[in-house]
Design a protein. Structure first.
Length: 247
């Protein structure tokens, strides 16, 4: 009887070809899984960095991103730089410089709580000065503004300063004296301890009378809400009224 011969070596040969193919497939799957894990890790890091950057506050009353322009009639202006937006503060210290190009001075705003710095700028009529506040750490941000100094002559000039929880209205009376109506609206409360506003206990406006020429008056209005208010800066008095809120 003829014996059948089984070619075991053929089957073995087939198994030898399959094994590398299986390893390749497993390798592809492992690499795919690693890629997904790596992508997820990078995404988490990026999202974490965005969240951290969102907690960075570097603000000013006069200086703005993209720049701003003001006219100064009083010969000087006080610029405030802060590490908060009124409610939230930057957790880390902020290293920054402030001043004109070529003469900026280094400063630090302490983190962990609301803090601010002041920078005094002065000039003479006809001068224009540009001030930069540039944060370098923990993030970079630049604020700037140009200030043009002018002589107000005999006109009255007023300045609005936002101090976060209250507004300050400074009046610089010229040679011409007149009654001035202040429109402060429902969201601002006049400081009744100032005798000029002692009678402003109701309503949304009041009138200043009996002012002296070439005098300076400072009026405080407390904020009862977070409503928007006019931009800070100096302006010439026109029409006998000043609006701190929409009439």
């Amino acid at each position: 009887m003829e014996r059948r011969r089984y070619k075991f070596h053929s089957k073995k040969k087939k198994r030898d070809h399959r094994l590398p193919a299986v390893l390749v497939i497993i390798g592809i799957l492992l690499l795919s899984g690693s890629a997904v894990t790596f992508s997820r890790y990078v995404l988490q890091r990026e999202e974490g960095q965005i969240a951290t950057a969102a907690d960075f506050y570097f603000e000013s009353d006069y200086l703005k991103e993209g720049g701003a322009a003001y006219t100064v009639y009083t010969g000087s202006v006080n610029i405030r730089v802060a590490n908060h937006d009124g409610l939230n503060a930057t957790g880390a210290d902020i290293s920054y410089t402030i001043g004109e190009k070529g003469s900026a001075e280094p400063r630090t705003l302490k983190g962990g709580a609301q803090s601010s710095d002041e920078y005094d700028l002065s000039g003479t009529a006809g001068e224009t000065k540009t001030i930069f506040a540039a944060a370098a750490s923990p993030y970079q941000k630049t604020l700037s503004a140009s200030f043009t100094f002018q002589d107000p002559g005999e006109n009255t000039v007023y300045r609005i300063t936002d101090q976060g929880y209250y507004l300050v209205l400074d009046l610089y009376i010229g040679a011409k004296v007149q009654d001035i109506t202040i429109i402060y609206g429902a969201d601002l409360v006049p400081d009744s301890t100032n005798e000029l506003m002692a009678g402003w206990t109701s309503g949304e406006s009041g009138t200043l009378s009996g002012l002296s020429p070439h005098a300076h008056y400072s009026l405080v209005f407390f904020e009862s809400t977070l409503a928007d208010h006019p931009a800070v800066g100096e302006k010439l008095l026109e029409g006998g009224s000043i609006a701190l809120a929409d009439p």
